[in-house]
Design a protein around this ligand. Sequence first.
Ligand SMILES: Cc1cc2nc3c(=O)[nH]c(=O)nc-3n(C[C@H](O)[C@H](O)[C@H](O)COP(=O)(O)OP(=O)(O)OC[C@H]3O[C@@H](n4cnc5c(N)ncnc54)[C@H](O)[C@@H]3O)c2cc1C
Length: 310
Amino acid sequence: MNEKIYDLIIIGGGPAGITAGIYALRQRMKTLMITKDFGGQINRKAIKMENFPEFPEISGQELIEKLVSHLKKYPIEIELNEVIKVEKEKEHFRVKTKNKKEFFSKTVIVASGADPRSLGVKGEKEFLGKGVSYCAVCDGPLFKDKIVAVIGGGNSGFESAIFLGEYAKKIYILELSNQVRADQENQKRAQKTGKVEIILNAKVEEIKGEKFVKSLVYKDLVSQQLKEISVDGVFVEIGNVPSTSFVKDLVEFNEKGEIVVEFETMATKTPGLFAAGDCNAGKYKQIITACGEGAKAALSAYDYLQKLKS
Ligand SMILES: Cc1cc2nc3c(=O)[nH]c(=O)nc-3n(C[C@H](O)[C@H](O)[C@H](O)COP(=O)(O)OP(=O)(O)OC[C@H]3O[C@@H](n4cnc5c(N)ncnc54)[C@H](O)[C@@H]3O)c2cc1C
């Protein structure tokens, strides 16, 4: 085989993948990172981050810039692309990308995190980019003086509402259950905008519009009645789904589709394949935990290579 064989391919350029890259390059591993973007979910962070050590307050963009510039101090090769399949061949992995390229390596770290969960209702796909969004921080400024709905009453939903408070004139937060799940601090900040109205027991049924979104239909789960509110935008914040389908033949999944790993080393059931960050079955999904797991996965990949050599 004439193709170049890397020591390591890292899939994903979020906190887990970037940290794995820094650790791998410090071990002088020949490393390729294949990623759709840099920063991953941090790009969706609507208000400043307050729980990353050293930075009591830092915006998502600032943190990404710092992580990426640290990574690029080292000679990492980068392919901006989407991985669609990882295969294990005799002594190496074959990684296939959407643009029909193939890359080879002795080890792989999957750090592909998670994508936003969709509602699965009528109008959601049709109005994507025409009022429907999964990223308040990306699209919020387009809704100046408009009425918007945020679907989901967890921290992400409330943080989006706080951010949207800078632009929109009114923000509904629709929550499926009978109470919101956001922490007290986020609830207080959202109320302080003076623009937020919370609707509990609300199951979204349809997003309606013509060229752009015009209204939202939900079922009131107490009265069982359908209700319609006029909105210009709908921000969906109902959690995530792991981005892991491209390794389905090589790993074991839990019931959520997250990769089962051995947490001491981040190893999967396939020798040489590791999984770090939100794509695995770890309980706490945070930037700092993703970074820690990225570091562990890279050091484990290095140990694995050393054992192969000896
Ligand atoms: C709105 C919001 C607010 C948050 N707030 C905080 C907070 O305040 N503090 C905190 O600690 N955490 C917060 N989190 C959680 C935190 O962002 C995640 O835990 C963390 O980003 C996980 O890092 P990761 O590297 O595992 O995955 P991700 O950040 O999801 O990164 C995954 C990377 O993989 C890439 N990728 C995915 N699939 C493929 C593929 N097939 N091919 C190539 N590349 C691929 C993506 O493009 C991305 O670069 C928040 C999350 C959200 C959504």
